[in-house]
Write a protein that binds this ligand. Structure first.
Ligand code: SDX
Length: 441
């Protein structure tokens, strides 16, 4: 298990002094150091001592927790899971190994790997009653709407594993969620195209099984294309976890109220759906279709710069990466391999590469360090695999579930778990008396 950096004792503790010029008082705030990345100023006692809150509405400068799972250096374009670089994991590992590392702290040895894969494999089926939830949705319901519903509903089936304080129940819930997300996602896709659900197969790998459940039909045998299975496994690795992003923070907040893990993951799915977050991969394809031809790129770049125009260059920019997103670099390579192997010529790939080339020469994007992020190329691969754009964020959720549940588990195992409860700067009405309606203007 990776250890967190030892904290200094009170004598050697470094501090930051905060001086309140309104009354001349000073406050010594402890500085905590991690293994890597910026130190943090511990403000937990500030309100009690100085009667002030800090103010950071979108948490651009706020550390919400201590974590040992993922490290990102936005300046260097570095992403580590339990210390392993995303580039090495994408090239040398597989999604089941990465799941084990995220969940338990390290890559598994052979025995641990075999046991983990067996546990996940034997939890891939869902209760037959789950099928009936799908019947309540229209066939053209957005797949993310269905996933929010059916994943939260899983908590109705597992009364034996909702005690979040029991380590064994936490573990089986984590296995069930990791294992069942691809099954539910495939069912969501099948439901949208009017085809029968395909049951999981225990003789296939995680990625192969997912592709099988999506694209096989009962009428004939189906052989999973190994190139697609490899690309899918890579996509699952690249989307698995990403520090305290919006959906992970949502899962942690829900978990801090001691809600059950299925409800917490459903909350994460809802947050991921937003086009500013996981919904961007769908929005990238829609944007490329709207641009249509490389001759139209300059017009759309001008729109992206226009503050009065809501158009944004989807798949560009990132709250943390102020350099390239290492995941986009890996996906760009996979794009070429998948399209070549499939013999697919998707004009959108050329258009995307031309858009990237022109944008990265444009001062507006360079000054604001707006580089392609993970969502810029993923959609092109998924489209080539045969997925409709509406399924792209569902696939993101299938992968990110292991990150969400690993972060949730880490939080629950913290001895100091308390409900998350941010405060505010109130600038509303001062106290005033009730006025009867007859006397209101
Ligand atoms: C993901 O957090 C994570 O880790 C998320 C994620 C994960 O794995 O969990 O990495 C997955 O969500 C990736 C991001 C996918 N979203 C998109 O591709 C949507 C398009 N990107 C933007 O909406 C935006 O870049 C965000 C939301 C990603 C980041 O927004 P920030 O950090 O709040 O940045 P900002 O909006 O303050 O932008 C800074 C400047 C602004 O201009 P100025 O006010 O300085 O003049 O850059 C501009 C913005 O207008 N800008 C863009 C832009 N992104 C930012 N201008 C045009 N096109 C864009 N895409």
């Amino acid at each position: 298990m990776a250890k967190s950096a030892p904290q200094k004792d009170a004598k050697t503790q470094e501090t930051m002094t905060l001086k309140d010029n309104r009354n001349g008082k000073s406050y010594e705030l402890p500085i905590l150091e991690g293994t890597m990345g910026p130190d943090v100023v511990d403000i937990r006692k500030l309100y009690a001592e100085a009667d002030v809150f800090t103010f950071d509405p979108s948490f651009t400068a706020t550390g919400s927790c201590k974590s040992r799972i993922t490290f990102i250096d936005g300046e260097k374009g570095q992403l580590l899971h339990r210390g392993y670089s995303i580039e090495e994991l994408a090239e040398k590992s597989n999604f089941m190994e990465v799941c084990h590392a995220l969940l338990y702290g390290d890559l598994p040895n052979e025995k641990e790997y075999e046991e983990f894969v067996h546990n996940i494999t034997y939890h891939t089926m869902v209760h037959e009653q789950v099928n009936f939830f799908y019947r309540g949705f229209r066939r053209d319901a957005h797949p993310m709407a269905i996933m929010c519903g059916v994943v939260a509903a899983l908590s109705a089936f597992y009364h034996d594993s909702l005690d979040i304080w029991d380590p064994e129940q936490r573990e089986i819930s984590a296995h069930r969620l990791i294992a069942k997300m691809p099954t539910l996602a495939a069912m969501t896709y099948k439901y949208s195209i009017g085809q029968p659900f395909m049951y999981p197969r225990n003789d296939l790998s995680f990625a192969e099984n997912f592709l099988y459940m999506c694209f096989a039909v009962p009428a004939e045998p189906y052989k999973v294309n190994p190139v697609l299975a490899d690309a899918m496994d890579k996509i699952l690795i690249l989307h698995a976890d990403h520090e305290q992003n919006a959906s992970t923070s949502t899962v942690r907040m829900a978990g801090s109220s001691q809600a059950n893990p299925f409800a917490c993951i459903a909350a994460g799915i809802a947050c991921l759906w937003g086009p500013a977050h996981g919904g961007a991969n769908q929005a990238v394809l829609e944007m490329l279709d709207e641009i249509g031809h490389k001759d139209n790129i300059p017009e759309f770049l001008e729109r992206a710069k226009d503050k009065d125009d809501p158009f944004r260059l989807m798949g560009f920019g990132h709250r943390v990466y102020k350099n390239f997103d290492p995941r986009a670099a890996v996906l760009k390579k996979s794009c070429d391999a998948v399209l070549k192997d499939l013999g697919v010529k998707d004009d959108r790939l050329e258009l995307a590469m031309e858009l990237e080339r022109i944008a990265l020469e444009d001062p507006y994007f360079v000054e604001r360090k707006l580089f392609p992020n993970v969502d810029f190329y993923s959609g092109i691969i998924l489209k080539a695999m045969g997925f409709p754009v509406e399924m792209f964020t569902v696939l993101f959720a299938v992968s990110r579930t292991v990150g969400w549940i690993s972060q949730w588990k880490e939080m629950i195992e913290e001895p100091s778990l308390r409900i998350g409860r941010p405060r505010q700067l109130y600038d509303g009405a001062a106290p005033r008396k009730y006025v009867p309606i007859s006397k209101r203007k």
